[in-house]
Write a protein that binds this ligand. Structure first.
Ligand code: MN
Length: 258
């Protein structure tokens, strides 16, 4: 088994290290990760300047580590098409410090690392630990490793977004297949003035306290369940394909009257 690991917290983050150690039991691990934190980098790629890569060495017998100047998506592309000895069996992105739930997914560098793996025709997992304080990496890594092992038995392509609640193994109540929930923020933008009288901004608000809907990823986490959401790259709104038919007809009519 050959695993390509990346993340958006940077190559030296403990979440990535724990994941690499856990997966090295099941195969060869190649870590290709950003040299600095790229959280909220989304699915960005570097196109207008070179991507630099530095080999950081081996960690034990089965883990090799590279860092790059690029985004998580860049790391996956460079790993798959150049650094790795062959196409990996799985791309795993994480373990992220902090949740990647619901509406936040499009911002996520962690999830985008997995998306890029899937675009390279490799099954991919994004794994996040839903806390910013006192992370229980051992538990998250153990669960991530089990999910990876089970995924490898599927024999079909998957793209999964996994969130692990931050608790002890005994407190985890099980695994739940979920859909993405809503995640809305208030006070999303803060405007301040710098010492020279010019305005500057901070993005990032406070999460609205709402009961998460049952069956969503956020609901699973609140109930101490590991959330597994199968995701897809297809952003098409299939309901809209039907409901927007009047719009198409109106445009058609206007066009024919010219
Ligand atoms: Mn992050």
């Amino acid at each position: 088994m050959l695993f390509l690991l990346t993340n958006d917290d940077g190559v030296d983050s403990p979440g990535l290290e724990h994941l690499a150690l856990g997966l090295s039991v099941h195969g060869e691990v190649c870590v290709v990760a950003p040299e600095r934190e790229r959280s909220a980098a989304g699915h960005s790629i570097t196109m207008h300047k070179p991507i630099r890569v530095r080999y950081k060495g081996e960690r034990g017998e089965r883990i090799r580590v590279w860092e790059t100047s690029g985004s998580p998506a860049d790391c996956v592309v460079v790993g798959v098409f150049d650094l790795l000895p062959r196409k990996p069996d799985l791309v795993v992105s994480g373990i992220n410090l902090g949740p990647n739930l619901g509406d936040d997914l499009t911002y996520s560098g962690t999830v985008s690392g997995a998306l890029e793996g899937f675009l390279c025709d490799v099954s991919a997992l994004a794994i996040s630990l839903t806390t910013f304080e006192n992370p229980n990496w051992e538990v998250a890594s153990q669960i991530a490793t089990e999910i990876v092992r089970a995924t490898m038995n599927l024999h079909s392509m998957v793209l999964l977004n996994v969130n692990v609640p931050n608790c002890t193994l005994d407190q985890i109540r099980g695994f739940s297949l979920t859909r993405l929930g809503r995640r809305r923020y208030r006070s999303r933008l803060t405007r301040r003035t710098d010492p020279f009288g010019r305005p500057y901004y901070w993005i990032g608000g406070i999460l609205e306290e709402k009961e998460p809907e049952p069956g969503t990823d956020g609901w699973a986490i609140e109930n101490n369940l590991v959330s597994i959401t199968p995701i897809t790259l297809d952003l098409t709104d299939y309901e809209g394909l039907k409901s927007l038919e009047p719009l198409r007809q109106e445009l058609e009519e206007l066009f024919s009257r010219r």
